[in-house]
Design a protein around this ligand. Sequence first.
Ligand SMILES: NC(=[NH2+])NCCC[C@H](N)C(=O)O
Length: 563
Amino acid sequence: MATRLLRRKPLWLIKQQAEDQAPSTLRVYDFVSLLAVGVGGTIGSGIFVLAGTIAHAYAGPATCLSWLGAGLTCLVTALAYAELACRIPSAGSTYSFASHAAGEIFGVYGAFFLTLEYGLAGSAVARSWGDKVAYYASDLEVLGCRNDEQGIETCWINSLGGSGVNPGATLLCILMVSVLLGGVEMGRKALNVLVVFKILLVLFVIIVGALYFDPANISPFIPDPAPDANMVGGSHGIFLGSTIAFFGYIGFDEVACLVMEATDPHRDVPVAIIATIFIITVLYILASFVLVGMVPTASINADEGFGSAFAYVGADWAVHIIMIGQILVVLPAVVLVSFLPQSRLQATVAIDGMLPRIFAHKASNGNFVYGVILSGIFMTLTSTFVPFHNLNDLISGGILLSFILTNICLLFVRVQHRRQPMILIILFVIGTALTGFATVKAWGDTLSYAFGFATLVIFVVLALVICGLDIDDKVETFRVPLVPLIPCVAIQANWFLFAQLSSQGLVQVAVLLGAIAAAYILFALYSTTRGGDHVRLAGSEDEDVPPHSSSATVTGVTEIELT
Ligand SMILES: NC(=[NH2+])NCCC[C@H](N)C(=O)O
C-alpha cells in the first residue's frame, strides 16, 4: 500500500496521455485567449465584495496593502505554475504535477483541491450571482421582488420562501454549462468578449471613483489597532485582510490547465499566467485604494463596497452600471471559466483509472461531453442548495494547500527526486507551517514574532544550502529564477495566509484532508483486490521517454502492462 501511495507517474506517460487527449487540431488558445481565461476566471465577486469587507472591518484605508500582500503571495506561486505547466504539460495541473513529483496520494489531494477551486468556488460565485440579482431586483422592486420597511428584501430569486434555495444560481449554472457544451471554440469566444467588458468595468470603477477621491478619508492610513469593536486595525488587520483578499485571486492558475490546447504553450502559457497575476494585482490595488478614498471607512458597506461608495457620493448612475456590469458580465464570466477546466481535470483522472472512464469520453467538438454534463449537474445542485458563507475558508484553505503542494513539486523536480534533499525539503515545509502558525497565533507578542522570523530565515538558508548545490537548471522552457529561494518564500507566505483562516475553516480543511485519505485508501484496496491496478511503471519514473520493452498504450494507465 505504501508503495502505491508514493509511486510516481512517469513524465513520458503524462506527456503521451496529454497528447492523446488534445490532438493538435484543438489547439485554439492563443496568448490573448489564455490571458482572457486567467483574468476572466479571477476577477469576480472577490474584489466587489471583499474590498468593502476588508476596508470596513480589518485594514481601513490600508486595504490596498492587504491586496498587495495576497497578490505577492500569488505571484511567487504563479511562477511555479508557469514552470511546471511547461515541464509537465497536462490538463491535470496540480494533480499531474503532484502525481509525477510527489506520488499518487498527493496527486489525489491535488485533484480534490482543484475541484474546490473549479467546481466549488465556481458554484459559490454562481450563488452570489443569484444574491446579487435578488438584491438589485428588490432595490428596483422588479421581477416580483421588494424591500420591506426595514430594508429587508424578499425575493424568490435567491431564497425561495426563506429556505436558502437559490434558483438564480441554478439558472446561471445551466446557462454556463450549455455554453461549455457548445464546444471549445464557443466557450473561448464568449469568454474573450466577457473579459473585455469585465476589465472595462474595473477601470470604470477606478477612474470614476478617483474623481470622488478625498484625501481626508485616508488619514490616518493605517488605523490604530482595534480602534473600535468593529475594526481589527493595525498591521494585524492588514495581514488578516490578505487572507480574506486571497479569494479574489483564486483562478489565475487555470491557465495551466489549458497548456495542451494552447497554440504556442511554451511561450504563451507562462507569460499568460504571470501577466494575469500582475494585471489583477495592479487593478485590485488601485480599485481598493480608490474605494477607501471615496468614503470614510466606517461608512463603507461590508458587503457591497463599491455600490455603497458610489451611492454615498451621490453617483447613483454609477451604482447601476456597477450592478448591471457584475450581473451581466463579471460573475457569469467567472462561473464559465471555473467550470471550464473541471471536465478536463476529471478526464485526466479518469484516464488514470481513478474515475469512471465515461469522464474521459471526448466528442468531436473537443468536449468531454459526459464530464461537462455530470460535473455541471453536481455544480448546479451545489450552488442551488448549499449556503456558501460557511465554506469560503474551506475553499481558500484547500487552494492554499494546493499552492504549497505545487511549490513542493517544483522543488522536488528541481532536485531531481534525490532522497536527501527531498527529506530536507519536507522538513522545511513542516518547519514553515509551524512558523506560520506560531507567528499568527502569537500576534502582537514581539518575542514570538521575532522567533517566527528567525526560524523563517534559518529555514530559507537551510533550503538554499540543501538545494543550491545541485539544482536542475537544464530546462529549455520557462524557468523560475532564484530556485529554491522563490518557492521557499512562496511556501512560507502561503502557510502564513493559511494559518490566518478562521478556526472553523481550519477544522473543515482538516476533516476534508482526513476524508480524502480515507476515500483514497478504500479505493486503493478495492482496485487492488479486483486486480484492476496494473503496475504502471515499467521503467524509471523520471524518464522522459517510454521504456523500449513496454507494450504500453497511452489510453489509460490500467491498460499498461508490466513487461
Ligand atoms: N476557479 C475559479 N475561477 N473560481 C472562482 C474564483 C473566484 C474569483 N477569484 C472571485 O473573486 O470571485
